[in-house]
Design a protein around this ligand. Structure first.
Ligand code: SAH
Ligand code: SF4
Ligand code: F3S
Length: 424
């Protein structure tokens, strides 16, 4: 048993990241355990988690399980969870009740909980104390251990919690069962070192680690050769790609080399406004197969709040970058994330968010009510805005978001544009 520890999760040492190519192995004893059996996987959270679920599915497929979307028919139920806000957490706790009910009828069902939630001390402790019937609990660092954990649980028939609060390594060579035949997620970076004061990700995902560009490009080339039309390069702060490697290879170079593979479309998420270089902008503008789409979370229109959020840019700097992108990249579409109701956000602070939105007119925004995450610096601030006010602010903001989103979409009315259409 290994339980998470927030102090360990916060640590950033200069321990070298290891690139591990042979961590994932299938013990002989479980080679065929899935024959004739079904698994169901429910995924919450960001694209990174969606892609992790594709890796988990890849493992389940190698163990000979087949996928079902009917919980009643599943022999193994996997929840790949997200910890970003309270409501993500609540959804998972809700579904656990349903699974418990099924398990009372059939005790052979195996339940696995993975992803970001078990990385929280409180969650793993609750699972240990109150949800003993959950068979396997793992975190974000040890997906590769699933075969071994299944093997153990089948033999021991008791709960196994293996969650590591470590900075993390780069695990290569996991199998993948992709959801789409044409669009693929490609990790380029794991973890995050930005420590925005409200955010749990640096604790659940470990330190920022970039994959080697050779491995990324090999993956893209193989996807291209297998008929994939689009790749989305994934990371929490893709702009900072490579900063933790020794070869000075940057995201600008990675984008340009990915473009040269000839894959039809390239996207990347998420860009932090902090590390956006002019070289990156030039590369995006230069290659037709790099989509002119940038997700650039602003979070708030108030410098005071940005400071309390530890975002490390102010509105003036954000605007300079925004206008530079608009000027240099033809037809660029820029979207954003905004949090309302951060502790101490005054009416004036919120008006500044509305003002900047009216000025920049984003193509779309993902908007959230601030949610206190235990262990983050913001959790120590008094969450002093009532839910009523938070909801009012969210509604007002969303009506503006929708107005400009419609305007952005109307630009395409009666126009014919290339797209990738996939039937499921
Ligand atoms: N790495 C990305 C964002 C990842 S999380 C970035 O920095 O841009 C996605 C979004 O969730 C964030 O941009 C933020 O708007 C929101 N978010 C994160 N923590 C939150 C919290 N505690 N409460 C509400 N929203 C939060
Ligand atoms: Fe969270 Fe900030 Fe890292 Fe994004 S950059 S994942 S918001 S800590
Ligand atoms: Fe959620 Fe973890 Fe992603 S907290 S948003 S699944 S990194």
């Amino acid at each position: 048993m290994n339980l998470p520890n927030i102090k360990e999760a916060r640590k950033r040492t200069d321990k070298k990241v290891e690139f591990l190519y042979d961590k994932y192995k299938i013990p002989d004893s479980v080679k065929d355990i899935g024959k004739g059996k079904k698994y169901l996987i429910l995924t919450y959270g960001c694209q990174m988690n969606v892609h992790d679920s594709e890796n988990i599915s890849g493992i389940m497929k190698e163990l000979k399980y087949t996928l079902t979307d009917d919980m009643e028919k599943a022999d193994v139920i996997i929840l790949n969870t997200c910890a970003i806000r309270e409501n993500a957490h609540n959804k998972v706790m809700g579904i656990l009740g349903r699974i418990k009910h099924l398990k009372e009828k059939n005790k052979d069902i195996i339940t696995i909980i993975g992803g970001c939630m078990p990385q929280e001390e409180s969650v793993s402790n609750t699972l240990k104390e109150k949800y003993k019937w959950v068979d396997i609990v793992l975190g974000t660092h040890n997906i590769y251990e699933i075969p071994k954990l299944l093997d153990n649980v089948m033999k021991e028939k008791k709960q196994d919690i293996e969650v590591y609060s470590v900075e993390g390594d780069v695990i290569e060579g996991l199998p993948v069962k992709r959801d789409s035949k044409y669009k693929a997620w490609v990790n380029i970076q794991y973890g995050c070192d930005k420590f925005c004061s409200y955010c749990i990700v640096p604790y659940t995902r470990g330190k920022q680690r970039s994959r080697k560009h050779e491995d990324i490009l090999k993956e893209v080339e193989s996807l291209r050769d297998n008929g994939y039309l689009e790749v989305t390069l994934l990371g929490q702060n893709v702009n900072a790609y490579g900063k933790d490697l020794e070869d000075n290879y940057t995201l600008a170079e990675l984008l340009s080399d990915t473009a040269k593979t000839g894959i039809k479309r390239i996207r990347f998420v998420t860009s932090h406004p902090w590390d956006f270089t002019d070289e990156m902008i030039d590369v995006i503008a230069k290659y037709d197969n790099i989509m002119p789409y940038i997700h650039l979370p602003i979070q708030s229109g108030s410098d005071d709040i940005l400071k309390k959020m530890n975002r490390k840019y102010n509105i003036k700097e954000y605007k300079t970058l925004f206008y530079k992108l608009k000027k240099k990249i033809p037809n660029v579409s820029i979207t954003t994330d905004i949090i309302v109701g951060f502790p101490n956000e005054s009416d004036e602070d919120f008006e500044k968010t509305i003002d900047i939105y009216n000025e920049l007119k984003f193509d779309l925004a993902y908007t959230f009510i601030y949610s206190k995450r235990e262990g983050t610096p913001a959790a120590k601030l008094k969450d002093d805005i009532s839910l009523e006010v938070k909801e009012e602010r969210l509604q007002r903001l969303n009506s503006i978001v929708n107005k400009y989103a419609k305007e952005a979409n109307m630009k395409y009315l009666n126009k014919v544009v290339p797209d990738t259409i996939e039937s499921l």
